[in-house]
Design a protein around this ligand. Sequence first.
Ligand SMILES: [Zn+2]
Length: 164
Amino acid sequence: MNGKIKYCPICSILLEKRNMEERLRLVCPKCEWVNYENPIPAVVMFLKNQNNEILLIKRNVEPEKGKWALPSGFIEVDETTEDAAIRELKEETNIKGGIKKLIGVYIEHPAIYKSVLVIGYEVEFISGSLLAGSDCSGAKFFSSDELPPIPFSSHRKIIKDRLK
Ligand SMILES: [Zn+2]
């Protein structure tokens, strides 16, 4: 259970512990708001160039700052998953992409977020020249047999699932 939330965000009164769906959850006794604890939805993008090389970015934010990974990001509240994928790809790499297909859905447990629901898309190149965005300190295409260590198991699975 989340140790930090104590009060209802709507009523500001103390939440109480209740057994719901065989889990102990914090519930507001007044408005019945439930502190559900769910994975945070994120998109991860797989893009290959004409030489069959895979686009990676060097992360400039935690978790795993300084490591290479697939372009990725959290989905904003007013976005579709596809919109988020296209936006994050553009922000991180300056490449305008288009959704090609859904590769799969995965769960990741990074250091600073408890649980992340990873939606992996294959994206195709539309336009733009490669340029690392503000969230990255690098953006580069790598041959699939010369990939640097990628810290996220979900990213490694996306690459494996796409290449098999
Ligand atoms: Zn309440």
